[in-house]
Design a protein around this ligand. Structure first.
Ligand SMILES: Nc1ncnc2c1ncn2[C@@H]1O[C@H](COP(=O)(O)OP(=O)(O)OP(=O)(O)O)[C@@H](O)[C@H]1O
Ligand SMILES: [Mg+2]
Length: 406
């Protein structure tokens, strides 16, 4: 039977099925997040309610904003989706100009932005949004909102959201950005807290990550062992990019030796290719954080690996003392905080690329990775380089899986 398999076209299918790069655009491709989707649909249905989706980089914010409204179309109402990306040079005028460029009223010639030779102000936006009919459900998505540097833009956006409460029709604004909380994204958020609903996006659960992998392998008519799914789930740490990337390369690796089964070893041997897919800013910061200066040996790579193995609290933070156990295991002898607090400090500063962020006060400092995608990369890299032995890895892997399974 196997002789009949068209390996070449299966390979192509794998590349279409696992998508580590682009955001999801179809409901069928989107795993989990049921409660959050419902929440956003409710916000879209309610008048004068808007949403701000925020969370770590790469958790799936854009994908969610792409799909949550797909099944809101009814016989009497059509969703009008307008999605734009903000950039660091944007002002209120240029951001809304992007939106207006995508609106074309039937009684006008050309896109709406042409009717505004001067600056677009909140009242202009208000009046244009008022023109959508009762049979339409406009959803305006302003993605990459964290990139806006112009403070005046944020102030005007708050003014706009306040003003929109007067509208009789029901346009919904969805702001999307990388942030730990909305304080950095929205000005004077207390004044619009009833109108701008916070939708924090957490990492995906282990079940959701396994769903990403298993549903896709099933679709490809391939098999994946439980151990292999666990490995991918563990490495991914709730970040769907890694689930897609490891899934993709594991499937390709299997296909290259004409197999339809993915086992644990297939996953392990696809790590290299997954690491090569990681954004270069991550690989660069890793190099910077662990660099040898004047070729002198140091333990930065070991300390960083220990940080990546450390159990964190719900929001990804860990303390210096929680690094002691994994670091001692890596080094093969006991290490206590004073022996590596210098390293933690250095890696939280600009000299070593600020891979870690330090918060809190002296003695109760908490650390977390500045970039979410860094932690899985460190584990894979450290395994590859032999900084973490397979035994140490398994010991801490088991511990973390137990903790995650609760
Ligand atoms: N629910 C999901 N099911 C399956 N794959 C997902 C899901 N959410 C996101 N992904 C995948 O994860 C990766 C990151 O998704 P996305 O671009 O939506 O994240 P993001 O939070 O917008 O990232 P960024 O912070 O870089 O803008 C993409 O490869 C996407 O296909
Ligand atoms: Mg995005």
């Amino acid at each position: 039977m196997r002789a009949n398999i068209d390996w070449k076209s299966l390979r192509k299918e794998v590349l279409e099925t696992f998508t580590p790069g682009p955001a999801i655009n179809e409901v069928a491709q989107f795993a989990g997040r049921k409660a959050t989707i419902q929440r956003l649909q409710d916000i879209a249905a309610e008048r004068a309610r808007h949403a701000i989706i925020f969370g770590e980089r790469g958790v799936g914010k854009t994908s969610l904003s792409n799909i949550f409204h797909k099944d809101l179309n009814t016989a009497t109402r059509t969703v009008r989706e307008i999605a734009v990306d903000a950039d660091s040079a944007d002002s209120f005028d240029s951001l809304w100009r992007k939106v207006f460029r995508r609106i074309q009223w039937s009684d006008a010639e050309g896109p709406l932005d042409l009717q505004f030779p001067g600056e677009i102000e909140p009242d202009h936006v208000y009046l244009q949004l008022a023109r959508f009919g009762q049979n339409e459900l406009p959803i305006i998505i302003l993605d990459e909102y964290d990139r806006i540097k112009d403070d005046a833009c944020r102030v005007l956006m708050t003014d706009l959201i306040k003003a929109l409460t007067r509208l009789a029709n029901n346009p919904t604004l969805v702001l999307v950005g990388v942030a730990e909380n909305i304080v950095t994204l929205v000005r004077d958020h207390a004044s619009i807290s009833r109108n701008l609903v916070q939708v924090p996006m957490h990492r995906m659960t282990n079940e959701e990550i396994s769903e990403v992998v298993t549903s896709r392998t099933r679709r490809l008519r391939m098999k994946i062992s439980q151990d292999a799914v666990w490995r991918i789930t563990y490495f991914s740490a709730g970040l769907p990019f890694y689930a897609h990337s490891l899934g993709k390369y594991s499937a390709l690796t299997a296909i290259e030796s004409q197999r339809l089964e993915i086992d644990e070893n297939t996953v392990l041997s696809s790590i290299d290719r997954c690491m090569a897919d990681v954004d270069y800013t991550i690989t660069e910061s890793y190099t910077r954080a662990t660099e040898k200066i004047y070729r002198k040996g140091n333990i930065f790579a070991q300390v960083l690996a220990a940080c990546a193995l450390t159990e964190t609290n719900d929001i990804g933070q860990f303390t210096a003392s929680s690094v002691e156990e994994p670091l001692s295991a890596i080094m093969g002898k006991p290490y206590e905080v004073p022996a590596f607090s210098f390293h933690l400090n250095e890696m939280s500063g600009p000299e070593r690329g600020a891979v870690l962020r330090k918060t809190g006060a002296r003695r109760t400092f908490q650390y977390h990775f500045a970039e979410a995608t860094m932690q899985p990369y460190i584990i894979m890299k450290s395994l590859k380089e032999g900084i973490i032995s397979k035994e140490v890895f398994d010991r801490f892997k088991v511990k973390r899986q137990k903790a995650l399974a609760i």
